[in-house]
Design a protein around this ligand. Structure first.
Ligand code: MN
Length: 156
């Protein structure tokens, strides 16, 4: 996709002119809940993409890992994120770096949507989902087990 407009205005409510809103749909076994994605910058002349994600209250991204990295800036709302074995509360303007092949997941607070920018490589590998063994290993860290318990069991 090439952005041929130099200026695309913010329409309010984290929607932008000429930016499509994609609602995630359940695909295969990747569990996630109530997320939308908008690619703000996805020009073929850029080696990266900047996306805006919004997770509805109580929603969460899929627990996954991959070779490509994420550079995340929280814009609004609160929630928690898992990065490797670390669980952190997140709030506006916090910065989150997801290293290669590191399990990660974002959860919105029950009463507030969570909106964040995420920078990625344009060319990137497909996310991997955890096996039963991976989940068992993750849950051997108590904070991670508690974090994952915040999500319905059948989703993990
Ligand atoms: Mn990811």
């Amino acid at each position: 996709m090439s952005q041929n407009k130099s200026f695309r205005g913010h329409k309010g409510g984290f929607r932008w002119a000429d930016v499509e809103l994609h609602a995630y749909k359940k695909e295969g076994s990747a569990p996630f809940k109530d997320i939308t994605r908008q690619t703000l910058f996805g020009d073929e002349n850029l080696s990266g993409e900047l996306r805006y994600f919004e997770i509805a209250p109580g929603g969460y991204s899929s627990l996954e890992r991959h070779e490509h990295v994420h550079a995340v800036v929280i814009l609004h709302g609160t929630g928690r994120c898992l990065v490797g074995e670390e669980v952190r509360d997140i709030a506006p303007f916090d910065l989150v770096s997801i290293p290669p092949m590191t399990w990660h997941q974002f959860q919105a607070a029950p009463d507030k949507a969570l909106g964040f920018l995420c920078m990625v490589d344009r060319e990137r590998d497909r996310p991997q989902l955890p096996s039963a063994e991976d989940l068992e290993r993750l849950c051997s860290t108590p904070a991670v087990a508690a974090f994952l318990r915040g999500i319905p069991a059948e989703s993990n």
